[in-house]
Ligand binder design. Structure first.
Ligand code: BES
Ligand code: MN
Ligand code: ZN
Length: 509
């Protein structure tokens, strides 16, 4: 994991592999962003001209490398694009800084130490640059044997080892806290990415539960793991029904962080399908290659609970990980089977590929039994949500308009793209079943909203609830951008941590 520190060192004398400066898109060409004054001075105040000559424009994510000026201990200056320069007196904004720091850290793969001389107007900016650098430096190479033994031969490079933030106030309480928060959140988010990227032959439900147990021990959390026997005894027909076809049995993990100063209790529920083949309603080739990502909701919940503990938030946070593998086999649930859910309701399974809502239903009902102040579930639930919002935005549904709006605001605040989605009542009747209390599939049109309506049936009376469908942003199939790598992204982790903070402050739920 990349180390993160604040330093008052001056850029010229700093021993590092690179100094990162910001360049913005001005009306008449590139402009050097604040924070890089010492670097610019060493180029005789002509850094903007030099960058212009090199073809740099300051566009978001653009990376330009140039030799450091004479007398600098660092050999390289890396100018990273911040996008359009803000109006006079306005800052660049946290998200522009986060993305630029991420792009720079990504471009510095193989480097040991980089100093970031980006504009830090306040502690929040320092947190954003730190978070961006740690998230951008992420790489998943646990399965690259050549990266471990013969890195040089293959050209695999280790991620940036150390990020130093210049121009902040290392002794200022707010700056220190912002950098500590950034490190905790980014480290846990990167751990969620690792889980998502882990191949499904290794990350079975039991393996996921064991990793949660390790993390619980390391962070002083309470943990309870229900294995297949305990699930059968407890009547968790949804989770068992989805896991029935797999040789790797399902688990329900309850992870609890409690604070002695807590006034509120937030429950987080994550969909943890370690692989979604579709089951008997098998997905066609072309739709199953990335389905190891179907536990991204559980990974996000896991990361958020651990982050809340590391930050010592004054709120109780319970994470529920509904873990199962959805496979076809002679013991698999068939389309037409009826499941007896934990809530007591019966569900006719019409399509075994609509499995997420079945495991979530049991976990949502279990979470409801503790009567938390609010429940938020996170799931790669529907392809329909990807069609609606694209691959970078998650949908928010809720049984409370104000809660949905507050979550949208929190997501925006931390730099996650999200959008409120409705739950039209007329779609509910499509979930009626002639045989059971409900069917697990309704109208195809508005499939993401139908899934939300299904989940709503498993929320305890009077509990505020929201559902985040992260099917689009959970897994990046395209190239990396900003601080987002290819593969598992850690979508929703930062929003969940923010929700826990807001709940602790009494501003939510
Ligand atoms: N895990 C999928 C949803 C998904 C799709 C996640 C694309 C990530 C990317 C989910 O279990 C699923 O298969 N949903 C079905 C539901 C349908 C059968 C009602 C879908 O969206 O097609
Ligand atoms: Mn599915
Ligand atoms: Zn799924």
């Amino acid at each position: 994991m990349t180390a993160l520190t604040l330093s008052t060192a001056a850029a010229p004398g700093l021993r590092a592999d690179a100094i990162v400066v910001g360049v913005a898109k001005g009306a008449k060409g590139p402009v050097v962003a604040p924070g890089a004054e010492a670097v610019d001075a060493a180029y005789d105040g002509k850094l903007a001209d030099v960058l212009d000559t090199l073809g740099a424009s300051g566009a978001e994510g653009e990376v330009t490398k140039l030799p450091a000026p004479a007398g600098f201990k660092a050999p390289l200056v890396l100018a990273v694009g911040l996008g359009t320069a803000p109006e006079k007196d306005a800052g660049f904004g946290a998200e522009a800084l986060r993305r630029a720091a991420g792009a720079a850290a990504r471009a510095l793969v193989g480097a040991k130490k980089a100093a970031f001389a980006l504009p830090l107007a306040d502690a929040a900016d320092a947190g954003a640059v730190g978070e961006g650098a740690l998230l951008g430096a992420y790489s998943f190479d646990a399965y690259k044997e050549t990266a471990k033994s013969g890195a040089k031969a293959r050209g695999d490079k280790a991620p940036l080892a150390e990020a130093v933030l210049l121009g902040g106030k290392p002794r200022d309480k707010a700056f220190k806290a912002a950098v500590e928060r950034a490190a905790a959140v980014a480290e846990e988010l990167n751990r969620a990415r690792d889980l998502i990227n882990m191949p499904p032959n290794d990350l079975t439900p039991a393996a996921f539960a064991a990793l949660a147990q390790d993390a619980a021990k390391a962070n002083g959390l309470k943990i309870q793991v229900l294995d297949e026997k305990a699930l059968a005894k407890g009547g968790y027909g949804g989770i068992l029904g989805v896991g029935a076809g797999s040789a790797a049995a399902p688990r329900l993990v309850k992870l609890s962080y409690t604070s002695s100063k807590a006034k509120k209790h937030l429950a987080l529920v994550g969909k943890g399908i370690t692989y979604d083949s579709g089951g008997i309603s098998l997905k066609p080739a072309g739709h199953n290659e990335t389905m190891k990502c179907d536990m991204s909701g559980a990974a996000a919940v896991f990361a958020a609970v651990v982050a809340a503990a590391r930050l010592g938030l004054e709120v109780n946070v319970t994470g529920w990980l509904a873990l199962a593998e959805n496979m076809p086999s002679g013991s698999a649930t068939r389309p037409g089977d009826v499941l007896h859910m934990f809530s007591g309701k019966t569900v006719e399974v019409l399509n075994t590929d609509a499995e997420g809502r079945l495991v979530l239903a049991d976990a949502l009902w279990a979470a409801s039994q503790e009567k938390p102040d609010a429940i938020v579930d996170v799931a790669t639930l529907t392809g329909a949500m990807v069609l609606a919002l694209g691959s970078r935005t998650f949908g928010i549904m809720a049984n409370d308009d104000a809660f949905r709006a507050a979550i949208h605001e929190a997501a925006e605040e931390v730099g996650e793209a999200a959008w409120p989605m409705p739950m039209p009542e007329h779609l509910r009747k499509g979930l009626d079943s002639p045989t059971a209390d409900m069917a697990n599939m309704g109208e195809r049109m508005g499939g993401g909203l139908v899934a939300g309506l299904f989940l709503r049936e498993f929320i305890g009376e009077g509990i505020t609830w929201a559902h985040l469908d992260i099917a689009g942003p959970a897994f990046n199939e395209g190239g990396p951008f900003g601080y987002t790598p290819k593969g598992g992204t850690g979508s929703a982790v930062r929003t969940l941590v923010r929700l826990a903070e807001l709940t602790a402050a009494g501003d939510l739920g």
